[in-house]
Ligand binder design. Structure first.
Ligand SMILES: Cc1cc2nc3c(=O)[nH]c(=O)nc-3n(C[C@H](O)[C@H](O)[C@H](O)COP(=O)(O)OP(=O)(O)OC[C@H]3O[C@@H](n4cnc5c(N)ncnc54)[C@H](O)[C@@H]3O)c2cc1C
Length: 427
């Protein structure tokens, strides 16, 4: 039903849209329904759709398979505005996180999205962890320009609220938390204000790049996508398929992004996605009362940042996420059997934790491009974000492996997509 409504909107839009000035050829695409189709209505797709809708004379559709935006990974995370302290300076994760953090704080201020600059302590309990903190300190101060400071033992004792940091604590001063739902509502509102179309309940089930003369084939001389893209959207199980056209397509489908990628590329270039679930446990006791985020020092080779303590905007404590490799991206039940392991991790830095007040809360799923991929840039097997115009095609920007810090990076990723399509920041 909603997909049919969206189809009507596509037709409406195609009657009213204007010619574009993209920096790639767009022969037959002049008749496309939309200038841009963004697949995936998570925080990243919303940020991109909003960014592209700022392009004068453009028309953008955001296509989401569920009946609301932001119901997958973007609403199942720690809601932390990361400072960008973990990744090497040349990685997209570092660049987009640091830029994204500044853009996010500014957007929150401008549009009243709730957030708090909590700061965060990274705590070390042994020599190896201390060395890990020293590497982060050097990276931040010498290469990234991200503010951090050592917290003295005396200060840990006086202001630590029961936190143990036997081998030292490093404070990240620009870390914060954000209300991710308000952020997504804000981005959706800004997008729709700029005449963007949100097509809900619209799973993309097929995509075909067009070249002059019709759907791309080996006999065609112009690159696939040079005449735009055909996108098939299902109207529910066994339902109709609606087809729309767009000059450009952005794959921001999160856990569905590899499936979308595989709809376009030949079999030899298909990819596989791996899933690392993160289980969270809520904490209902009023003591110890903690007012900042607490993270253990990163462990070499770990696929996450360690079972940490985060706060929501009401000051409630939750612990997580751990790392549990699973086969099914829809397996989002919290695995209660992992509580004992989480307790052991938490007690290392918060010995006074009341373990009877910990209960399974929710889980999120990390889209991993490699099995057991590591989290820190210095680790072997580190997987960076992929945000690129795919070679051999026109007008396709592909986003893969947008795990943490994707929420923090979302606005900077959107800027980057704008640059990839238009050659400059289009804000
Ligand atoms: C446990 C955990 C903790 C995290 N903590 C943080 C944190 O504290 N800070 C931070 O910065 N980042 C964090 N992240 C990362 C962050 O949550 C993600 O990077 C971010 O939410 C990704 O947004 P997205 O829009 O790419 O993906 P998603 O939110 O998954 O959105 C993708 C959308 O695409 C839609 N879709 C998929 N396939 C199709 C299709 N075929 N047709 C139509 N629609 C489709 C989906 O329904 C979904 O709505 C965390 C991630 C996890 C898993």
């Amino acid at each position: 039903m909603l997909a049919r409504r969206a189809t009507r909107l596509f037709r409406l839009s195609s009657q009213t849209r204007h010619a574009q000035a993209l920096n790639f050829s767009s022969t037959a695409a002049v008749q496309a329904d939309f200038t841009h189709a963004v697949i995936g209505g998570g925080v990243v797709g919303l940020a991109i759709a909003r960014q592209l809708s700022l392009q004068p004379g453009s028309s953008t559709v955001l296509i989401e398979r569920h009946s609301a935006v932001g119901t997958e990974t973007s609403s199942r995370n720690s809601e932390v505005i990361h400072a960008g302290i973990y990744y090497g300076k040349d990685s997209l994760k570092a660049k987009l996180c640091i830029r994204g953090k500044h853009l996010l704080y500014a957007l929150c201020d401008k549009h009243g999205v709730p957030y708090r600059r909590t700061g965060k302590w990274l705590v070390a309990q042994n020599h190896a962890q201390r060395e890990a903190l020293e590497r982060i300190h050097a990276l931040c101060t010498q290469e990234l320009g991200v503010p951090v400071r050592w917290v003295s033992g005396k200060e840990v004792d006086e202001r630590g609220e029961g936190v143990l940091a036997a081998a030292g604590a490093l404070e990240s001063l620009t870390t914060g938390i954000v209300d991710s739902h308000s952020l997504m509502l804000c981005l959706q509102g800004l997008f729709e204000e700029a005449s963007g179309v949100v097509a809900l309940s619209s799973p993309v089930v097929g995509i075909r790049p067009l070249s002059s003369g019709g759907p791309s084939s080996s006999s065609s001389s112009s690159p696939p996508g040079s005449a735009g893209w055909e996108i098939d959207v299902s109207d529910g199980p066994g339902g109709d398929i609606s087809t729309m056209t767009a000059e450009t397509v952005v794959n921001a489908a999160g856990l569905g992004s590899v499936a979308v990628h595989n709809m376009i590329v030949p079999p030899a270039q298909r990819k596989q996605l791996f899933y690392a679930k993160g289980n969270y446990f809520s904490y209902s006791a009023s003591r110890p009362k903690i007012s900042r985020l607490i993270y253990p020092a990163p462990e070499p080779g770990a696929s996450g940042l360690g079972t940490h303590l985060t706060l929501d905007l009401a000051g409630r404590i939750r612990f997580g996420p751990d790392v549990e490799w699973v086969d099914d991206p829809n397996d989002l039940t919290v695995n209660a059997s992992r509580l004992q392991q989480a307790v052991a991790e938490i007690q290392k830095y918060l010995p006074g934790v009341d373990t009877s007040a910990l209960v399974p809360d929710y889980a999120g799923m990390r889209p991993k491009l490699a099995s057991k991929g590591a989290a820190s840039a210095t680790d072997k097997g580190f997987e960076d974000f992929i945000v690129r115009k795919e070679q051999g095609y026109e007008g396709w920007v592909n986003l893969l492996g947008i795990e943490s810090p994707g929420l923090t990076s979302s606005l900077a990723i959107a800027e980057m997509v704008g640059r990839l399509l238009y050659g400059q920041a289009n804000s």
